[in-house]
Design a protein around this ligand. Structure first.
Ligand SMILES: *Cc1c(COP(=O)(O)O)cnc(C)c1O
Ligand code: SF4
Length: 372
């Protein structure tokens, strides 16, 4: 085992005998993705359970991993936090309560691929492809599924809906992953959105800075900067994902004037303890990436082994409060069909006559004189 756990010290391209140029070329990474147990064995020795799960679950939910992300796995540790996010386990078949669409997104869709929960902003699922598929993905029902592939015509129908719906000031491009699009296609989509005067900001939700950081090219950053104001939210879940390559991708985005935030998912055994979460969040702010949300894992089919009791999540973030920079602490939220609900420790303890009682980070109570 490597001293602190984690991948072997040589870079992935060296270990695999690939040229560094190929390795850093994002279409090469997409083409050479791990798709079966044999390909996975080039990085880690799959367990019997993983081999069985890959065979049984492959057609239910895509199994694909970029070589870059696979190279971050610890070959000595089957419970490696990178590996658990992307390699299936038979435990996925053991989830009596999970459902396909826990947020009832289908019912909140005024036009295909648009999800509207709030009056002024929407999630616009522009494609169904990701560089890899996370086992806890909320959009499991659509990612990697051909039926959801968006044709240009469908995108135009959704764009027309946005054009006709004057309240929409904030459009969140998601999927799948909008950065899987070619620069041309993304450029077309952004230019179309920019012809709509009431669309003030465009956000991209993308995991590619984490799973395929080479996608964040100078050309892409120029393209995004041409359509400002653009905000990006990415999705790091574990400090081991904060590699020099990922840091470089985030740096390019921020240098293009794009505020970069992070949305993670609280995952049992991966990041559901205060030490790991603090490392993740402090690592993010060092990259100038602002921790934004941490989601409670949804009641999604096949993900029981990732879910944690909400009280545990509240405790994790309570432990961070006062013990790291305030802006390093994301808001822990539960996403519901009615929108995102903040889950936080009740620091406001209540009123006693003319006083409000609050609890400080270290548990001390403070009375603030505050007559009604
Ligand atoms: C998360 C989400 C948004 C954006 O919510 P913010 O709290 O503004 O980040 C918008 N629409 C949908 C459907 C969402 O799920
Ligand atoms: S990158 Fe995002 S959308 Fe794609 S599989 Fe992972 S969680 Fe789902």
């Amino acid at each position: 085992m490597t001293p602190s756990g984690g991948p072997p010290p040589e870079p992935g391209w060296q270990r695999l005998g690939v040229s560094q140029e190929d390795w850093q070329h994002w279409p090469w990474q997409m083409r050479e993705r791990v798709r079966d147990a044999r390909a996975l064995a080039r990085f880690v020795e799959p367990t019997d359970d993983e081999v069985a799960a890959i065979e049984r679950l492959a057609d239910r939910f895509h199994f694909v991993i970029t070589p870059y992300y696979a190279s971050l796995m610890d070959p000595e540790d089957p419970d490696c936090p990178i590996r658990r996010q992307v390699v299936p386990r038979t435990a996925e078949q053991d989830d009596p309560v999970g459902v396909a669409d826990p947020l009832d997104e289908v019912a909140h869709s005024p036009v295909k691929n648009v999800i509207r929960v709030y009056p002024d902003r929407i999630a616009f699922c522009v494609n169904n492809e990701c560089a890899l598929y996370c086992r806890y993905c909320l959009r499991k029902r659509m990612v990697g599924d051909e039926e959801w592939t968006m044709k240009k015509r469908e995108l135009e129908v959704a764009l027309d809906w946005i054009r006709e719906t004057a309240e929409i000031r904030d459009v969140l491009l998601t999927g799948g992953d909008p950065l899987v699009f070619s620069d041309d296609r993304l450029g077309w989509l952004l230019a179309e959105l920019r012809t709509i005067p009431h669309v003030e900001i465009i956000r991209l939700g993308t995991r590619l800075p984490v799973t395929l950081p080479f996608r964040v090219t100078d050309d892409l950053c120029r393209l995004l900067a041409d359509h400002h104001p653009i905000w990006v939210n990415t999705h790091f879940n574990h400090p081991r994902e904060l590699t020099p390559e990922a840091a470089h991708a985030c740096d390019r985005l921020t240098r293009a004037g794009i505020p970069v935030g992070n949305q993670s998912v609280l995952l049992a055994g991966i990041n559901d303890d205060a030490v790991t979460m603090k490392q993740l969040c402090e690592g993010l702010v060092k990259l100038r990436v602002r921790p934004y949300y941490c989601y409670q894992a949804q009641l999604l089919e096949g993900t029981a082994h990732f879910r944690v009791p909400i009280e545990r999540g509240v405790d994790v973030f309570r432990e961070l409060r006062g013990r790291t920079s305030g802006f390093a602490i994301p808001q822990y939220v539960l996403d519901t069909p009615y929108g995102k609900v903040p889950l936080s420790h009740p620091y406001l303890r209540g009123r006693e006559g003319d006083d409000i009682v609050v609890e400080a980070f270290d548990g001390r109570l403070w009375r603030e004189h505050n007559p009604l």
